[in-house]
Ligand binder design. Sequence first.
Ligand code: AHR
Length: 781
Amino acid sequence: MKLNIFTEEKQEKLGDLFGIFFEDLNHAADGGIYGELIQNRSFEFCEIDNKEYHPLMAWEKIEKGGKVSLEIEEKAPFAKENPHYLRLKVIEKGEETGVCNIGFLPGIYLEAGKKYDFTCYGKNLQPEITEKARIKISLRNKTDEILDEVEAELNNEWSRFEKEFFVSETTTEGRLAITLLEGEIGLDFISLFPKDTYKQRKNGLRKDLVQLLEELHPRFMRFPGGCLVHDGTLNPWDRNSQYRWKNTIGPVEKRPARRNNWAYNQTLGLGYYEYFELCEDIGAKPLPVIPGGYDPHHDRAAEGAQLEAYVQDALDLIEFANGDTDTKWGALRASLGHPEPFHMEYIGVGNEEIGEPFFERYPLFHQAIKEKYPEIKVIGTSGPFAAGKEYDRGWQSAVENHTDLVDEHYYQSPEWFIANHHRYDSFDVNGPKVFLGEYASQGNTWYNALAEASYMIGLQNKAKTVGLACYAPLFCNVNYVNWKPDMIWFDNYRVYGTPNYYVQKLFMNHQGDTLLRSELQPEEETSVNKSEDCICGAVVLATNDAKAEYSDIEILNEDTGEHYTYDSQLVGQGEEAVLEQLNCRNYTIRMKAKELEGFKGFKIIFGRKDEKNQMFWCLGGWANADSLIGEDIDGRNSCLIQNARNIEAGRLYELEIRVRGRKIETYVDGKSELSIESKPLVIEPLYTSISEDEKTGDVLIKLVNLSDKAQEIMICFPEQKIKGWSGMVYKMEETDLNAENSFEQPLRVSPVEEMVEIADRDFTWKLEKTSLQVLRLKKLV
Ligand code: AHR
């Protein structure tokens, strides 16, 4: 195989192609990168966050020989934004009475030799008995031994108390205790941070986690979500509001706690100022996503003045990031410690919004932003799936509004990523560019990471139509998993990057600035098609989460003309009715369907080889909102196409599926619903992309070998008059496709670096089977 590289033939600029996406899910912020060690520091947790939450969550009584009462009050808080505080009363004097916080699971991590910053607000609530209340604050290990402690006095007004603790013993399940022998006190905003946060900042971030982000060298960071952004009420003062950036700046005590869309609480201690600062620290351009005045989860749409406030929020955010210090929001930024602008260039309006109310509102944002800040690139959205009516609607809006980029999201099987390598080849180079804002194959094995690497080669080569791309989600606390797979896993003191992380890292570290023309000449046609040219297998009736009746069922073998009919079938939740084993290329399945109980509608499986390898059409899935064609390969699911659809219980639907080779069409009541071709799984001989680092002149050669054979490549530079090359090669050569990293083996699948010295212009290079290599080469002239 020969790879010709034409270093004089510069092509597309790669711009900010590869970046990251941070969302506070899986406790990525609170209980994650945000350094706060106390969970529920201001007693604001409540059932709005999660049905099981209450204001004393993560707090426990200390009653050694005595008795205390813990009550939550909101009569005279010191910060109205966080109105609840703890009223702690000693009812019966004993050896030790008080309260302790257990931190985030499995406890507070305290490290020997390290300092910790404690702060709290307290108040004596029995002034008639004592002028000052005396308390003891201590850090303890799992067996309740005191590691450090201090005494404090509380007077009759809310006052702040601070202490620097030092511990000489390590514990992974530490506690913070506040005790008193007698009396009654108010406590609020009880906080503990490691002194050694990232860049030693107050209200800072967990150093080891940021380190992994820093080492990625991402070109941009999308934040703060995700569904986190748009799921909530429209009034920013509601406890349950959408994510509104103005709630997240200024003194942390005055940032109102909010429900996090992922069923927990967000303190907003990691807010917009900290996000901008983080972007600056890790060299990533900030890419905030704001809600577009519409909550698609609950169909809430802002009108009138409320909608104007949303648009104003967008404009004010840009002023906060970039405005001069004599502007209102620029001055606020300066007052927080950052007079220089944050150089924001992008803004996302909406995340995965579907539905006309969003598309009616989007132009208001777009026009207002472009009028005041024409240089800002505005990003629209094409919903949560890779194809379908909602996806097309997003793109249509983007074209009509001259949106700069469209945010696409999909979570698919590795096989889908391989089969769809050329997805962006046919996109319009004159239209809005693609921002692949969320993608991941279904796992954290080397196979997943390698499939993603091959896809990223395609993204880089199609920089004409793809502007930005980032993997999702970024972080996961192993004790609070909302979503899998994730790029980086951590607990309260350890962290590791997945193979997917190391692939992303190589692509970001060696992205380059300009694509160089190259041409791959395989010796023979070595692409391997691993798919059959049809979708044959069993036809099975099931449901999503309902009881349904299927009647007038028929299957037509369009190859032979055979016709099968079946009796009516009653299918309950979790049940299946197997109809036929089909071995033909072309067939049609028809039936009538009625949902009798439940609410998630029908599931018709076809092409089933086994339960892990099949196609299906789901109607009324998720929140009874989808009609989609899905594909399972080895148990990993992809959604090939989706439209919005709701199934009405008791109504009779006429359903039809036409399978022609790998093409699938579905019909509801005689009307076309979905149409898609399942792309065959073709493994190309090699995936390559070549770019140049403008500053250093380095040539960056990315090579992905998905095949199970080692490859020998002749790498040639036909135009160059040079003596050779020197530089580095970064190799990921794991042969076990199921290999994963872990706390115990954090680097099992990670790049190995070697120096390269080549005494010729052209050279032969070897690539192991199922491997990735990045060569960074300097010319020797
Ligand atoms: O990345 C996880 C979630 O996936 C995001 O919040 C949402 O945008 C998508 O559905």
